[in-house]
Write a protein that binds this ligand. Structure first.
Ligand SMILES: [Zn+2]
Length: 454
């Protein structure tokens, strides 16, 4: 692969002291970062690819810690409806009508959107086909934690999803054996729990044991809606978080998503067990509520950011999620000083890497780490001027300012052109498959305006 030398850039390293270099360089060799800041010219080989990045930023690739890649073809199926309609009439029929090939195309489309928004690594909480997702991730070049969404109980599940605890555990383990640490280590398999509504205690504790056994992570939607906490109290005798603690699964390899309905005491439980949090502000604003993110952040809990799935928040765009995070807590707390831009940038980079148990691999630009980085071109009417360059990355940037995305030392996008996939062909196939899945699932959305077709 050789060397790439990016010079004269504004570099936000996100290292231990969050050092920034003006007019600095990043030297990449194969899949690793060789030097950052002042780069010794003697290290640069004559045939290195040289990129003059004057006026541009270089940042670590963004980390999306919660994205349902298999739901990408379902974007728009859940707009303006209540949660039960969303789940029972739209998303479950849609997802349960998908094939592994659909999941592959859905994941490709989702990866395209993420690469364009500067993401280099993500965690998928679980579709039904790890095989389809893994194939897409391998081809397109991103880094991912994949999981099967397991369900062994609960009302109203589609027939083909009614599985025993053992079937779900066996499937997770066989997926892990097939795909864990494949694609030069870019793909890892995690264990995925849907929610306490659909997971028995036995499945929860056994999945945690397997995650420990294989030194991998456990991904779960936790205290997502108020009804969930009430349901847990009724069926388990404790709130979701208190019950998970009692089961002994709250731990440093536990990634809790949404975490909206937590008491201060439960926030303290997260801190005690070093639980990782994925905050998804767009999805939260739509139906879930406002998580206590400023408190969690102050307490030193590792809070990261995620987009959730396309039918939940429509934008699989981490740049938008950073912006929303900077706004919603200010409005909710009536305090414009909470959730500062530099904190949000940490959530989207190094906290994301920590949440995915990869802090030694990426999340910051440091010699020896994987070359997962992005170049930002701020020269657009919407991002200039740069009075406060770090703040602008959170408060003014759009994903269209992401110029180039590199993962594992390879350009996935260069100058806004996708290098690892045929974007047009993927979009064409995605449209066809999305329509076919809805037809198969019997989903037909009502027209919002009178339609005349010619
Ligand atoms: Zn989710």
């Amino acid at each position: 692969m050789g060397q790439t030398y990016i010079k004269n850039a504004y570099i936000a390293t996100m290292n231990g002291t969050n050092q920034v270099f003006k007019n600095g360089g990043v030297l990449v060799e194969d899949d690793r970062i060789l030097a950052v800041g002042r780069v010794d010219e003697a290290l640069i080989e004559p045939d290195a690819e040289v990129i003059r990045a004057s006026g541009k930023y270089v940042l670590p690739g963004l980390v999306n810690t919660h994205v349902h890649t298999s739901q990408q073809l379902g974007r728009g199926l859940g707009d303006d409806v209540g949660l039960l309609t969303w789940l029972h009439e739209r998303i479950w029929p849609y997802e349960s009508s998908m094939t592994a090939e659909d999941s592959y195309v859905s994941t490709l489309l989702c990866c395209l959107e993420q690469i364009r928004a500067g993401v280099t690594s993500f965690a998928e909480p679980g579709g039904q086909f790890v095989s389809g997702m893994a194939r897409a991730v391998k081809e397109i070049g991103l880094r991912a934690k994949l999981a099967k969404s397991v369900m062994d109980c609960g009302d109203g599940l589609p027939k083909k999803w009614r599985k025993t605890t053992k079937e779900e555990l066996d499937k997770q383990e066989s997926d892990l054996k097939k795909y864990h640490n494949t694609a030069n280590g870019r793909i890892q398999v995690w264990f995925g729990l849907r929610t306490i509504f659909n997971n028995s205690d036995e499945l929860i504790t056994a999945s945690k044991e397997l995650a420990d056994k294989y030194k991998t992570g456990l991904h779960m939607h936790v205290a997502e809606i108020k009804d969930e906490v009430e349901y847990a109290k009724k069926t388990r005798g404790a709130t979701t978080v208190a019950h998970l603690e009692k089961l002994g699964v709250l731990d440093k390899n536990f990634l809790a998503v949404h975490t909206v309905w937590l008491t201060d005491k439960e926030v303290a439980m997260f801190k005690k067990h070093d639980v990782k949090v994925s905050h998804n502000p767009a999805a939260a604003m739509r139906v879930l509520g406002f998580a206590k993110i400023p408190l969690m952040y102050r307490e030193g809990i590792c809070v990261s950011l995620g987009t959730d799935g396309a039918p939940s928040s429509n934008h699989m765009d981490m740049v938008d999620e950073m912006w929303l995070t900077s706004l919603i807590h200010k409005g909710w707390r009536l305090d414009p000083t909470v959730m500062k831009a530099q904190e949000i940038l940490q959530m989207a980079t190094k906290n994301g890497a920590r949440a995915l148990m990869d802090e030694d691999l990426y999340g910051s630009l440091e010699p020896g780490k994987k070359a997962d980085l992005i170049i930002i071109d701020p020269n657009s009417a919407s991002m200039l001027p740069l009075h406060d360059p770090i703040a602008n990355l959170v408060t003014a940037m759009h994903s269209s300012n992401v110029d180039s995305t590199m993962c594992d030392g390879k350009w996935l996008m260069r100058g806004r052109v996708i290098k690892t996939a045929d974007e047009k062909a993927i979009m064409k196939e995605a449209k066809e498959r999305a329509a076919a899945i809805c037809k198969k699932a019997g989903i037909q959305l009502p027209d919002r305006f009178p339609v005349t077709e010619f």
